[in-house]
Design a protein around this ligand. Structure first.
Ligand code: URA
Length: 433
């Protein structure tokens, strides 16, 4: 088999066979095929696309390029949740303990943040003592005992994806739906869950800016999951403004705990319940959506979800006294108010700009080697649809330095305030099975 023939075949919009896809991944990994030929193939795929069958085969080949996590010693049906990334997205801290309280084992591997979106692992490290690195045995026994563990991704999950992604990044071929879908799903499939719920964000702060693209990505990922024997459901959710009111690390943990304590942070609670409902239905715990939502609300109201959160934080070395007294979480030295420059209604809050503003404060990384400051972040005090008076506080910056004029400017740019009343976006656009 010759790589040049595979490139020509895809360039001519013909379907690649299983043997051809497996050959190119295997020989690329063993460096028998050079970057320039794989770049040409990525560009051919970018223009010609891939069939569902090709995409599933590519995903499986990437899964087989590295470790596959064996969760078989964990009792019960394992369900994973994955978000395509957003600003203020702390749903994992609500969904994971909530479904664990419903009886589903959650063995979660999460990433660190880069750029305008934060990472689950970074946020958890805001809790003093919390260990994100567990041995394999500790990971499995924590899930068996507490129904929940969250650890950092191991280095060798889908290495072919890592290599291909680095190449796509410098050859303008990231934005291809089959390539994005296979990239995300290869890591999820290798992580070993039986079923997967995907939170596909759509809007200004999301990877996919339009509903049409988000739906296409969701369909492709659901098709891959189902083709590879994992029941998969995708929820398309709004990311036209940050999720909830808090953006950062310690403050996002605080907001998630408040939801677990029963606080009704509308968008966040709605999304947390929605994702949890699909996870519990996939696991066979509840049979209808209505039954699931009602039961999950009860698990919040009776404190079970909060207990599940505390149990796993303690099991991973975290100080749970900070959960009982949230003021013990890392606190920044200064609170700086961002004040509106006009009167009207909030029409837009550009989530990406808010994410970048939080990164400027030190809550996120501009480069892989940057250190996170867990105490800094942003609290929004106004969201889409809210009335604002000239000079009224629209956001509070939690900063470790007094002069944050650049961040204040960024926040003012993020807000669009207009005269007429605005209608907030709906939170859930569609569920794709
Ligand atoms: N995230 C991924 O993991 N892969 C992509 O290709 C794009 C976003």
């Amino acid at each position: 088999m010759r790589m040049v023939d595979i490139i020509a075949k895809k360039r001519n919009n013909e379907e690649l066979t299983k043997e051809e896809i497996e050959f190119f991944i295997k020989d690329y990994m063993s460096e028998k095929i050079p970057d320039y030929q794989v770049s040409a193939l990525m560009m051919a795929i970018y223009y010609q696309g891939m069939t569902s069958s090709e995409t599933a085969i590519l995903t499986q080949a990437m899964v087989e390029s590295g470790d596959q996590i064996d969760l078989s010693s964990i009792k019960g049906h394992k369900v994973d949740k994955h978000s395509t990334g957003g600003v203020g997205d702390k749903t994992t801290f609500i969904v994971a303990p909530l479904v664990a309280a419903a009886g589903i084992p959650v063995a979660k591997m999460s990433g660190r943040g880069l750029g305008h979106t934060g990472g689950t692992i970074d946020k958890l490290e805001a809790i003093p003592g919390f260990r994100v690195e567990l041995t394999n045995d500790e990971f499995l026994s924590t899930v068996n005992e507490h129904k929940l563990a969250v650890v950092g991704q191991t280095g060798n999950l889908a290495p072919a994806d890592k290599k291909l992604y680095a190449l796509r990044d410098v050859t303008a071929t990231v934005d291809s739906i089959p390539l994005i879908a296979s990239s995300i799903m290869s890591k999820k499939i290798a992580s070993g869950a039986d079923s997967i719920v995907l939170d596909v964000k759509t809007g200004s702060g999301a990877f996919m800016k339009t509903l049409e693209d988000s739906k296409a990505l969701a369909h492709e990922m659901v098709s891959i999951g189902n083709n590879l024997g994992r029941n998969t459901v995708a929820v398309i959710s709004d990311m036209n403004q940050p999720l909830g009111y808090e953006i950062g690390n310690a403050n996002e943990i605080k907001e998630a705990v408040e939801v677990l304590q029963g606080k009704k942070v509308n968008d966040l609670r709605t999304l947390g319940l929605e994702l949890s409902a699909h996870m519990t239905i996939l696991a066979g715990i509840y049979s209808t959506y209505e039954e699931a939502i009602k039961a999950l609300e009860e698990l919040i109201d009776n404190g079970s979800a909060l207990e599940a959160f505390k149990g796993f934080i303690k099991a991973q070395g975290g100080d749970i006294s900070v959960i009982d007294d949230l003021s013990k979480l890392p606190q920044a030295n200064f609170e700086i108010e961002v004040k509106a420059k006009s009167t009207g209604f909030v029409h837009e809050i550009d989530a990406e700009s808010v994410g970048v503003a939080a990164m400027y404060l030190g809550a996120g990384r501009a480069t892989k080697d940057d250190q996170i400051n867990h105490s800094v972040g942003i609290t929004l005090t106004k969201k889409i649809g809210d009335k604002v008076e000239d000079g009224e506080v629209i956001a509070i910056l939690h900063a470790d330095k007094e002069d944050v004029t650049d961040v204040v400017d960024k926040m003012l740019q993020a807000y669009t305030i207009e005269d007429k009343q605005a209608v907030p976006n709906k939170m859930i656009y569609e569920v794709i099975r």
